[in-house]
Design a protein around this ligand. Structure first.
Ligand code: 9MR
Length: 366
């Protein structure tokens, strides 16, 4: 027979066990796990910024302490007409960051892609220079007190390390690079300033990236960090090149960050993230519509584990790791370079549930 007193004690113990069970089943948090190592970020789309789905918001806030707008701060969206800016969603992103204690990385001020359509009608150096200056002053100036960092220039390099031919290079010459940093620094003196690119861990492009950074530094403009986007392919993550790049960029006095991490699992015959490269749709290129085979899932997990091991080894140099999307369903890789595919490049599945890769990454800190 259990006395009344004992019954109380038993029910209290059961309650505690229940709480413990609920607690132990709780999904670990990336941002907490790596809180002494580096920031953990995600790209956010409009729905996520506007908090349309409370469960999604809860998950974002639990997992991430850094965010980059996937699209809404790109010039075509934030500066649609010569003298018109659209700050509605970008302002919401700033509020989202304040409310949830998430530092915002602005993406991006100067990029040849996703430019406003009026640029195509401009054919004079003076007008391009005016657009360039006004754009940086207005956008960087508006967020000078509530954004943590800017990708000042994005993807200015070709694969061989030479400068990409863009409207900015054509009209303004290569001095546009240092000028972008100088103007941003002037407009937002307390914000960190980065150069961001994909494949800039590859030796030739890395050499071009280093020479670009040195020129910016020699001009007297400030540059605080370099972003390696990290759009890689399963089973082919170039760990040696990544490590060498961390060391070489850090030797220039820069912070290093992985800014758009995802590991693609579907077939593709080229590397990188040039949004203009497209491939026609074909069922052979979309093999996993019914789910990811276990061997690929395991390889993806091993790749993420190896990457995070490397990031941890260099945590004194790596300041942030940002995933390009919250979950597999949000990823741009479902639509590029082939439209309408089912891709699995991130740590969370389409229901926001952690994948084996997530647990491998978390286990590195156990
Ligand atoms: O993920 C972005 C996608 O929604 C856009 O359609 C695309 C258009 O340019 O840009 C994607 O993000 C890119 C990022 O801004 C810069 N690096 C490459 C990313 C993937 O293309």
């Amino acid at each position: 027979m259990i006395s009344k007193r004992n019954a109380k004690a038993v029910s209290a113990a059961l309650l505690m066990m229940g709480t413990f069970a609920a607690f132990s089943q709780e999904i670990p948090s990336l941002k907490n796990t790596f809180k002494n190592d580096f920031g953990i970020g995600t790209a956010l789309n409009n729905g996520q910024i506007e908090e349309r789905d409370p469960k999604m918001t809860e998950m974002i806030v639990r997992q991430f302490n850094r965010a980059t707008p996937e699209n809404v701060m790109k010039s075509a969206l934030i500066h649609p007409k010569w003298d018109t800016y659209d700050f509605v969603v970008p302002d919401k992103l700033i509020e989202f960051g304040k409310k949830h204690n998430i530092k915002i990385n602005g993406h991006t001020l100067i990029w040849h892609s996703q430019l406003p359509s009026f640029i195509r009608g401009i054919h004079s150096k003076d007008s391009i220079q005016t657009f360039f200056t006004n754009h940086i002053q207005t956008v960087a100036g508006r967020y000078k007190d509530n954004i943590f960092s800017w990708d000042v220039v994005n993807e200015a390099l070709n694969e061989d390390g030479t400068l990409r031919k863009t409207v900015f290079l054509d009209y303004l010459g290569e001095g546009y690079l240092a000028e972008a940093f100088r103007l941003t620094q002037q407009a937002a003196p307390n914000v960190e300033l980065y150069y961001n690119d994909y494949n800039n861990e590859q030796p030739a492009k890395r050499a071009g990236c280093i020479s670009l950074i040195k020129k910016i530094q020699a001009s007297g403009a400030r540059i605080d960090g370099v972003g390696i986007q990290g759009h890689w392919h399963v089973g082919k993550v170039p760990l040696k090149d990544i490590e060498e790049s961390i060391l070489q960029y850090a030797a220039l006095g820069l912070k290093v960050m992985f800014t758009e991490l995802d590991i693609e699992v579907l077939p593709r015959n080229f590397q990188g993230a040039d949004v203009n490269q497209r491939v026609a749709s074909n069922p052979d290129l979309n093999p996993y519509t019914a789910g990811l085979p276990d061997n690929v899932q395991q390889q993806l997990a091993a790749d993420y584990e190896a990457l995070f091991k490397l990031f941890l080894k260099h945590k004194d140099k790596v300041t942030r790791v940002t995933f390009w999307g919250v979950n597999d369903g949000n990823s741009w890789l479902n639509g590029w370079p082939v439209r309408g595919r089912t891709n699995y490049p991130l740590l969370f599945d389409r229901e926001n549930q952690p994948k084996p890769a997530f647990y491998k990454v978390i286990a590195l800190k156990k």
